[in-house]
Design a protein around this ligand. Structure first.
Ligand SMILES: O=C(O)CCC(=O)C(=O)O
Length: 267
């Protein structure tokens, strides 16, 4: 039987079905709506790391043993998460993600990182699922200066690859059910179409790194997930936030959250 790791090495991506349970997936969707209510000026495709790095539900989610077990298959036993970002597409008006390679945007040395894309809802061709170009994980990473600026009213990212440089004839649509996770490599070319359906599409991108990868942005707060911090690397880590009723979104297990500090990878 082929392992996730073998598929990832060969194709630049792979899929873990039913990685998390339906309740956790629906809490993710609730979290998106909770964040949208608190940040009405932010589009749901752009609910980024800064909004969540001190959020107890996000800490609970990214340290979930099932997700960290998957990340560890690609990164080894010492795992942190450097960027979380909900790309949640509203019905009818959800934006497209232009073709790009993630590593072009990231302040990481070395570029040792794996993305877990966690489906909170179904993600299908109709709702604008992620699409990848298998094999492109072996190409060179483009610099930002080699990309073009994009219309923020249409696209989630500010810059992306030139459409003329892309042959999408072999693109693979990554269709997922709620609770499935796809994993992709930082160099693979990928993107997604707009959501023109009458349903939400909620995805959460979690960028996991081994603790040997340095995040070169001064003071950037990562979330430690499992194993040991490598002090010489000099990365910063967010403190585990206490759950405060009325301030944070309630979630299953939130009352026991503070006491759970010694078991960070327990699902
Ligand atoms: O969620 C999407 O549609 C695209 C995801 C993506 O571009 C990424 O994970 O880097």
């Amino acid at each position: 039987m082929t392992t996730l790791r073998q598929e990832y090495d060969e194709n630049g991506y792979c899929i873990a079905r039913n990685a998390i349970d339906a309740q956790l997936a629906s809490e993710m969707v609730e979290h998106v709506h909770w964040l949208c209510d608190r940040h009405p000026d932010v589009r749901p495709e752009r609910l980024g790391h800064g909004l969540m790095v001190n959020d107890p539900f996000m800490h609970r989610l990214v340290r979930d043993g099932r997700l960290v077990d998957i990340a560890a298959q690609f990164l080894g036993p010492n795992v942190a998460m450097f960027a979380a970002h909900y790309i949640a597409k509203r019905p009818a008006t959800g934006q497209a993600v232009q073709w790009h390679q993630d590593g072009s945007y990231w302040p990481l040395e070395p570029m040792d990182v794996a993305t877990l894309w966690v489906a909170g809802t179904e993600s299908t061709i109709g709702t604008g699922c992620m699409r990848v170009l298998p094999g492109t994980q072996n190409r060179r990473l483009l610099k930002r200066s080699e990309m073009v600026a994009l219309d923020p009213d249409k696209y989630v990212l500010g810059v992306g690859m030139r459409s003329d440089d892309i042959d999408d004839g072999d693109a693979v649509n990554i269709e997922l059910r709620a609770g499935d996770v796809s994993i992709h490599n930082p160099t693979i070319i990928h993107g997604s179409n707009a959501n023109t359906s009458d349903r939400w599409r909620v995805g959460l991108t979690l960028r996991y790194i081994p603790t040997t990868t340095k995040v070169t942005t001064e003071g950037h707060a990562n979330i430690m997930c499992r194993g040991a911090i490598v002090a010489e690397v000099g990365n910063s880590y967010a403190e585990r936030p206490a759950y405060v009723e009325g301030e944070h979104m309630p979630f299953s297990g939130c009352e026991a959250w503070v006491e759970d500090v010694d078991h960070p990878s327990k699902p």
